[in-house]
Structures are given as structure tokens and as C-alpha cells.
Design a binder for this molecule. Structure first.
Ligand code: BDR
Ligand code: CA
Length: 306
């Protein structure tokens, strides 16, 4: 089993990633860290708590950063609603956040399990940048850092910038240069990992309360994607990272050197990817996914909640 720590900002697609990582037999989910992103930290932390509680996942939840490193905070109510998770009336959690500091939690796990811990980050990279700044000696002991973020051909928050990177570009730039064994799931691949309305309706029929509620949540998410981007089918960005840990063969990759633009007027928050390999690669980029296989992995696992 892969030992995983999931850093996220739930968030609809984050919620799917939590449910998938929490139940997949290939994964041992050690803990969840919330970060401000899709909504404010109090909301993303509460959402992580209620999701794990409803899914009966006995996994500790930590509160991470409530602000980006330097830039003014942005959130995404246009996509995820004010609460970060609109579309089903989820109850208030009774589960509580851990008291321990999230950086110590990551550090202790990496230190005691060298080359065994996979960090997955599917929100702004604030927490991961702080980890790299505070524990540079532990970075090479992380087995792999898998992120959802960036775009090679297009952005989704500005024409050139993807939300997770744009929400904290300075943090992302630190992370790209920290020396992680880094695997990236950009918009180029996550927009192939779509879930369609008939599949969402099928999810709503599941016996498990949390999975059927997830179906309701995804209907909301599907609608916001249609309203804003005029596309049919909701991209399941964040669950790509988890599907990769379950079955890497369904993805195709290319290695690139990439940096994050932190100064550009039109390109602030863009992941600038060295397409022609002028420089030595610093990251592995997923470019293609077999959508049918991806959806099969998702449904096969969600069925286990029944
Ligand atoms: C990313 O931004 C968030 O809205 C999603 O949860 C995902 O992590 C996609 O750009
Ligand atoms: Ca996210």
C-alpha cells in the first residue's frame, strides 16, 4: 500500500479525491490537510471533516494555511459555491480537527518513513511550500509529490493560469524548485477526465449516503462548469492524482522543465513548460488519460462504500 498524505481544499473534485483515496485498497491515507483555496480555510477544513465523518473514514484532518504566502487571497465561489461544497445540504461535522501542527505531522511521517510517503496536493501549494521551506532536508525523503495544478495549453482562472497555481504562484514556484520528485496533473489531462451527467445520476442512486450526496454535489459542479466554460461534462481534476496512484498505466506522461510565472502582467500564475526540452526536466507531466478506465476505477471504488 502507498502511504499518502492528502493536502486539499474541498471543493467538489477534492471531495471525490478524498472518497477515492479513503477507500482504495492500494492506498493507506495517513491524514488530510486542509488549505484555503476553493473557499476560506474554515470552510475547506469543515468540508474535509464532514466528508471523512460521513464516509466513516477514520483519518485525522489538520488545518493548514489560511492565506497564500504573499498575494491577496482569492477563492472560487463561482465554481464551488460560498461554502466550497454547494449542492447537497451536508450537516455540520461533529468530528474535530487535530491539535497537532500540520507541518510537524508531515515532517514526522516523512522522517520515520524515508522514501515511503507520497504527498498529494490538490489545492494551492501554500502548505507544501512551507514544508519545503521549513524542512528542506526532508524534501528528498518524500517518495513523490503529486499535484493537480497548472496548464500547458490553457488556464481556467485567467487565460494562462490555472486556479491552484494562480491562488498562490509564489508558493508554487518554491515547490517547483524545492527538489521534489514531482508529478503534475495539469488542466490538459484533467479536462479529459470528465464525468458526464448520466454517470452523475448513477452516482446519486448509490445506497451509501455519502456517495449519493457526492452525486448531488457533482450535479452542482457540472452546472457551474457548463455556465462558466460552456462545456458538457465536469472535469474531475483532483481525483486524477489518486487514480494515478491506483493505476498509473491509464495515464501518459512526458518529463519537462517547468517554472511558475510570478511577475507577468498577463501571465501571473502560469506554469511555463519547456516543451522542446531545452533544459533538464524537473517534473513529470500527465498529458493523456483513458477516460473510460478512469471512471471505472472511480465507480469500482465508490461501490465499496455500500
Ligand atoms: C483546481 O481548482 C479547484 O477549483 C479544483 O478543486 C482543482 O483543484 C482546478 O483548477
Ligand atoms: Ca482542489
Amino acid at each position: 500500500k502507498k502511504k499518502v498524505i492528502l493536502d486539499c481544499d474541498p471543493g467538489h473534485d477534492d471531495a471525490v479525491a478524498i472518497l477515492l483515496a479513503g477507500i482504495a485498497e492500494e492506498i493507506e491515507l495517513l491524514g488530510i490537510i486542509a488549505v484555503a483555496g476553493n473557499s476560506y480555510l474554515k470552510n475547506t477544513a469543515r468540508n474535509a471533516l464532514v466528508l471523512t465523518e460521513m464516509a466513516k473514514l477514520d483519518i485525522p484532518v489538520f488545518a493548514g494555511s489560511d492565506k497564500p504566502l504573499l498575494r491577496d487571497q482569492i477563492v472560487a465561489p463561482n465554481i464551488h459555491g460560498e461554502s466550497g461544497l454547494e449542492g447537497a445540504n451536508l450537516p455540520e461535522p461533529t468530528k474535530k480537527l487535530e491539535n497537532k501542527n500540520y507541518l510537524e505531522f508531515i515532517a514526522e511521517n516523512v522522517y520515520s518513513n524515508p522514501n515511503e510517503i507520497t504527498l498529494v496536493a490538490v489545492g494551492p501549494l501554500t502548505n507544501i511550500a512551507k514544508f519545503a521551506l521549513n524542512y528542506p532536508d526532508l524534501v528528498p525523503l518524500v517518495k513523490e509529490l503529486v499535484i493537480m495544478g497548472g496548464g500547458i495549453k490553457f488556464g481556467n482562472t485567467t487565460p494562462r493560469a490555472e486556479f491552484n497555481i494562480y491562488a498562490d504562484p509564489e508558493a508554487a514556484q518554491i515547490v517547483f524548485n524545492a527538489g521534489f520528485n514531482l508529478t503534475v496533473f495539469p488542466l490538459d489531462v484533467t479536462h479529459q477526465a470528465k464525468i458526464y451527467m448520466d454517470e452523475i445520476k448513477e452516482m446519486q442512486k448509490f445506497e451509501s449516503e455519502i456517495v449519493s450526496k457526492m452525486g448531488m454535489l457533482l450535479e452542482f459542479f457540472h452546472q457551474t462548469y457548463f455556465d462558466i466554460f460552456k462545456i458538457e461534462g465536469a472535469p474531475l481534476h483532483d481525483p486524477c492524482t489518486i487514480a494515478y496512484l491506483i493505476k498509473p498505466e491509464i495515464f501518459e506522461f512526458e518529463e519537462y522543465y517547468a517554472q511558475v510565472e510570478t511577475k507577468g502582467e498577463l501571465t501571473y500564475g502560469e506554469t511555463v513548460v519547456d516543451y522542446w526540452h531545452f533544459k533538464e526536466p524537473n517534473s513529470r507531466w500527465a498529458l493523456k488519460v483513458d477516460r473510460e478506465e478512469f471512471i471505472k476505477i472511480l465507480f469500482d471504488n465508490l461501490k465499496k462504500y455500500n
